[in-house]
Design a protein around this ligand. Sequence first.
Ligand code: ANZ
Length: 953
Amino acid sequence: MSEMTSAAEAAAPHRYTAAMAADIEARWQDFWDAEGTYEAPNPSGDLAGDPAMAARPKKFIMDMFPYPSGAGLHVGHPLGYIATDVFARHQRMTGHNVLHTLGFDAFGLPAEQYAVQTGTHPRVSTEANIVNMQAQLRRLGLGHDKRRSFATIDPDYYKWTQWIFLQIFNSWYDEEAKKARPIDELVALFESGERSVPGTRAWSELSAKERADVLGEYRLAYASDAPVNWCPGLGTVLANEEVTADGRSERGNFPVFKAKLRQWNMRITAYADRLLDDLDALDWPEAIKLQQRNWIGRSEGARVDFSVDGRPDAKVTVFTTRPDTLFGATYMVLAPEHGLIDSILPAEWPEGVKESWTGGAATPADAVAAYRKQAQTKSDVERQTEHKDKTGVFTGAYAQNPVTGARIPVFVADYVLMGYGTGAIMAVPGQDERDWEFAEAFELPIIRTVQPPEGWEGEAFTGQGPAINSANDEISLNGLPVAEAKSRIIEWLVAKGIGEGTINFRLRDWLFSRQRYWGEPFPIVYDEDGVAHALPESMLPLELPEVDDYSPRTFDPDDADTQPETPLSRNGEWVNVTLDLGDGPKKYRRETNTMPNWAGSCWYELRYLDPHNSEKLVDPAVEQYWMGPREGQPHGGVDLYVGGAEHAVLHLLYARFWSKVLFDLGYVSSAEPFHKLYNQGMIQAYVYRDSRGFPVTAAEVEERDGKFFFEGEPVKRELGKMGKSLKNAVTPDEICAEYGADTLRLYEMAMGPLDVSRPWDTRAVVGQYRLLQRLWRNIVDEATGEVTVVDTEDADIDADTLRALHKAIDGAGQDLAAMRFNTAIAKITELNNHLTKTAGPLPRSVAERLVLLVAPLAPHIAEELWHRLGHTGSVVHASFPVADPAYVVDETVTCVVQIKGKVKARLEVSPSITDADLEALALGDETVVAALGGAGIRKVIVRAPKLVNIVPA
Ligand code: ANZ
């Protein structure tokens, strides 16, 4: 410590310093914990019988909970947590019963990869990380109800994740009722014959295995052999949502292949319509709603059947959004995986087949086999990329265009995907760009069926226009606009019995199993016939077994043919069990896949409500209170959910789906989990790179004349992410040590609007520290530590101060309620600066209201000052001050309006009025107009806000 600071500290031993902040903060954090200050009461019984509770409207505020990473937090992580905390505190002070807590999303790959490398059990490393993160978060003074926190890895928690899985497994989607129902009700319908069993036999004639297979076609959670995204590099399969646009794993960037593996799926597609429609009523950013809409991808179109030449038994059904273009369908394409291909392949190539169509193969079967192998290595996105060479092979078969009667060749090409529509298309090169490219490459005919604008040549026309070339003996679309042509042709197809209007979704069922260790085990066992049975609730939680090797089987990450071996399968004692599932002890084999790490976050909002309930997922009255629909709204949900925009589809879509199932089954009262969603921006950081492009330690870079140097060498500065790898991470712990948590909180909130990304600048943090020091000095004598306020009646406080106070209360209050934290801080700073300038001690009532304004943002210093001001209760539950409107209206000044130097009128105007506005106001004033008496104007001299001088012509 330098002599100067020690001298200053000797003169001002009660100054607000980092050391004092540390003391204040630790003390109040302990106090809040001891008092349970942030504990939100649940209703006990009926609200009508509890007037105190009913008088405080509920607010359920939530953050997207963190994954407890071993790296700990940097200052970017808590941005959203601080914001929700400030908001929650303001809500508490404005009379709300606020529920705010934070749990941990703790299953997942990093802990497992660490376990593979070090042999440490994932639970051990994860729990250590949680402890570390909790300490980091506690230091920030977040007002969480700690009784309600949990981690998704707690058996008490995942018991219920497994229980929900069982509810989903044990239900089916009733298309007529448009909701999920218990599977037993479907069985009853089959038994009674009210609903016919698919196939030809009655329910009573089916074996147990056959019945299980039938039900598997209905269950909302089902095992299927459909091709999946297999990622040997991660040793697991992945959901579509986890595969990047270039066909690699989102995590780890490994290649992803299509493979046939028996896997669990969730029938989210049953909910496609509701997931789409219910978006409308949600208070979410439009960009996120749009991403969900696109992901669900509703397309209206038609199915059309094409007959295959020489194969009266075979028909190819296509899905098209443009049935109006049917006259222009000059060839067809099947996805390489399409099941019909093998049955339509002729043994030989037809006479005179074009060389380019055969891929150089001797027979159609050879050509298709070779092509399939090649297609397998590409991702769906790669396959669909436009303006890329289109590949494909001819099948040797021809279909018939049902309106033109033309014989059209059937190709196999990878730009058609098996997972979409019917996996087959009618190709209309005249109106579709991909078909055009393919037609050019394979020299196929092109017939335009929509009139393009004049001069349109050399490419497909996808716009609107009248139909052309679209008539036969029975029907003509010519001249009709696209929409009318569509409905006309659909009518015709229906009448002919070869097609119908349909709606198609891009959304696929959710692939729900992973070949990993660190996830929830499935509560499923298989009997000796391979039939899946649900474990009864009494056997939950089914805990993870110990294994001695967490790694996926040795694999070749680049080889699609590697097969997974699940870590759970290595514990034979756990896998092979004898259980009594109601019909006596029998041998079973456990499912050895685990659930994906999304499972735990699909319903955690519900468990916050009732975290220790061992009887139920959540008590219905409690759920109703916190989540139930509000008046005038179709759904309820969390009142504010804050997190990053990267969760636009995965987590948010899955969580919505689970909510809907639980709602349908009667377990919850809201069919939507999150009513309002807010995406915070990112805290970015400067990255400094040396001449070789390697990042250097940002904290050691010096700035000279706008240039940057590291160890004397020039380095380049760019804006990037914050993190260890870029050597620019700043931890909240460092900032707390140097300035205190209140300063860190203020700085993060003052950096800019919450939803905008902004660069971190450690040097700027001190600005907020000084604000707190001035605040302190306005109330506490730095030499004596005495509170300096005086008791003055409001009537005796000067008008300027009252105006500054009430404007700040009004402005900051509105800003806090609307999450405009940066402008709230600006207004409080303005007030504080005004008070710093006024001579003499502050009136107590002003000081108190200042402290209340600061309390949501800097709760520790506010609590300290509040108590020093003589209060015994916590500032957390004090009321936010209310502005007196009389002081909020803008003050005005009197402007004189002169004509030829003589005062003719006086106007009350805002002190900040512009010259132009003032001139317009003066010239429009009645008295001025009358005084001018219709004379023209030669000149107007304006000196806003006090004077306007008019010189008539
Ligand atoms: C003929 C046609 C003519 C088409 C035209 C488009 C334009 P969205 O909007 O995404 O639903 N299609 C259908 N199934 C496909 C599959 N499995 N893989 C690749 N493409 C497929 O697009 C639907 C359109 O995409 C369908 O309408 C079909 O091409 C193609 F002027 O049929 B269309």
